[in-house]
Every structure is written in C-alpha cells, then in structure tokens.
Design a protein around this ligand. Structure first.
Ligand code: SF4
Length: 132
C-alpha cells in the first residue's frame, strides 16, 4: 500500500494543462475537453513554466486538463522535472486508467516513482468525477 503525504496548503501553485484532450466529453466541462480535441502544449514551454515557478518560489505544480495522463511519457518527464526543482506535484485526473486494480497500481506507481526522484513522498493524485 502506498502512502501519500498531505500536499502543502497556501502559497502559489502552478497549474499546467499539457493537453485539452480528454477521454470523456462532459457537458459541464469548463475547458470543453473531449477525445476529439488534440490540442497539446509544447513540452519545452511546460518545462520552462516549471523552471519559472521554481525560480519565483511557487510551492506546487498541479497537472490538469483535459486529461493530463493522455500526455503519456511527457507527463512523467514533467513530474520528474518539477521534483528535481524541489516542487511537489499533484495530478487531477478522471482516473480513466484505473479500470482494474493492476492498471491502477501500475499508473499510480509510475506517478509516485517520477515524483520520488529526489524528494520521497512528494507526489499526489486527485480524482475528479467526469461523466464518462
Ligand atoms: S473528465 Fe474532466 S476534463 Fe474530461 S471532459 Fe469531463 S470535466 Fe472535462
């Protein structure tokens, strides 16, 4: 069983949306995300934003969307980069990837491992309810 530490409260947080694409297409979606939307932010810009947040004393990087996990390996690179900059991370996800226990543990392990590069236990996952 993996344990997550409480995320820091207060301070400034950087929210990054690597993609507007989502596995769902909720009528209430604030970003009008859907499987048809292929919009992606350039990875170099995302890394630069993390660097700037670290330099400016931000306290956490939140990955949201769209469904940030659809960025695949790029998401884990961003988590590792934030961790190397001593920034804890949080993922907001509709948890489409948790279809069964094996897949759920696999994804959470990847996320936590990426966030544990330098600072153990500094990664978190938040699920939100989509209508898929
Ligand atoms: S799951 Fe979330 S991001 Fe995806 S369409 Fe629904 S509200 Fe939007």
């Amino acid at each position: 069983m993996m344990a997550f530490e409480p995320q820091p409260r207060g301070g400034r947080s950087l929210s990054l949306m690597p993609t507007y694409r989502c596995t769902a297409a909720c009528s209430h979606c604030g970003t009008l995300s859907s499987p048809q939307d292929k919009t992606r932010l350039d990875q170099a810009h995302l890394i630069s934003a993390i660097d700037q947040a670290a330099d400016l004393g931000y306290q956490i990087v939140v990955f949201t969307g769209g469904e940030a996990t659809l960025a695949g390996d790029d998401l884990f690179e961003l988590v590792r980069h934030a961790t190397q900059k001593s920034l804890p991370t949080r993922l907001v996800t509709n948890a489409w990837w948790a279809r069964d226990e094996v897949r759920a543990v696999e994804w959470i392990s990847r996320f936590v491992d990426a966030g544990r590069t330098l600072r153990p236990g500094r990664a978190g996952v938040t699920s939100h309810r989509g209508c898929s």
